[in-house]
Design a protein around this ligand. Structure first.
Ligand SMILES: Nc1ncnc2c1ncn2[C@@H]1O[C@H](COP(=O)(O)OP(=O)(O)OP(=O)(O)O)[C@@H](O)[C@H]1O
Ligand SMILES: [Mg+2]
Length: 224
């Protein structure tokens, strides 16, 4: 994914807020990047632009040579469904559905037969160390277990990129570390890129690349 000169202006109560002021960066396929910075600096806005959830005001985002910013709404939804996975702070699993159905949902939306989708979800549950949790609803699991289910849901379509906004924000330190281990390993083993927003320096330090933002701009880049 190559990002060039990205800006985003929001209109709010007659004022214009510049959330992104010209962000450029390159995220090679399979790499893992943490986005850090103070509250309001534009992290979520950047993540949502990269994920095709939000259209930037100006600038370009190319994925495998496709310019994302000019795609139609239909084409961008399809791109998201086929090639992107999402993990949110509080999982955002569907509370009424068993975990296996939560994980299988993106595949079923993509037209895969239910039986096959559930079978793939079961395999993912095993890989995530959650064998046996398939029939339970998310509310019957711990926060860390539910977050692993959310990781499974993000990965079931074999996405090119996994986007995560504060995926450990609601977890204690050790559960967060465990979830980060599962997330980074899962992305590595499937070749997915990982782009993750976090406030926590110990979470960012687990990833090989880190950008720090301030006032809608990247003000520091770290690779280790
Ligand atoms: N829908 C919106 N309309 C107007 N302004 C917005 C909107 N969303 C975000 N903003 C503003 O854009 C700026 C960047 O917001 P963003 O949510 O990207 O920050 P953030 O770095 O993710 O912050 P946090 O760490 O608190 O989640 C902030 O000044 C915010 O108030
Ligand atoms: Mg945010």
């Amino acid at each position: 994914m190559v990002v060039n000169g990205l800006t985003k202006l929001y209109q709010r109560g007659g004022n214009t807020v510049q959330a992104l002021a010209g962000v450029s960066l390159s995220i090679p396929q399979g790499s893992q990047l943490a986005i850090m910075g103070p509250s309001g600096c534009g992290k979520t806005t950047l993540l949502h632009c990269l994920a095709g959830v939000l259209r930037p005001t100006t600038g370009s985002i190319t994925l495998d040579g496709t310019e994302m910013t000019t795609l139609s709404e239909g084409a961008i939804s399809e791109l998201r469904l086929k090639h992107f996975g999402f993990v949110f702070q509080d999982g955002q699993l569907l509370p009424e559905l068993p975990c296996q159905e939560n994980i299988a949902m993106p595949l079923m939306l993509a037209g895969v037969a239910r039986k096959e989708a559930i079978a793939r979800a079961q395999q993912i549950l095993v890989n995530l160390g959650l064998e046996g949790a398939g029939p339970y609803r998310p509310g019957q699991l711990s926060g860390g277990q539910a977050q692993r289910v959310a990781i499974g849901r993000a990965l079931i379509t074999n996405p090119k990129v996994v986007f995560a906004d504060e995926p450990t924000g609601a977890l204690d330190q050790s559960t967060g570390a465990e979830v980060m281990g599962v997330l980074t390993y899962a992305c590595q083993s499937t070749g997915a890129s990982l782009i993750l927003v976090t406030h926590d320096p110990s979470v960012a330090a687990r990833l090989p690349h880190e950008i720090h933002m301030r006032d809608g701009l990247i003000d520091q880049q770290v690779s280790r």
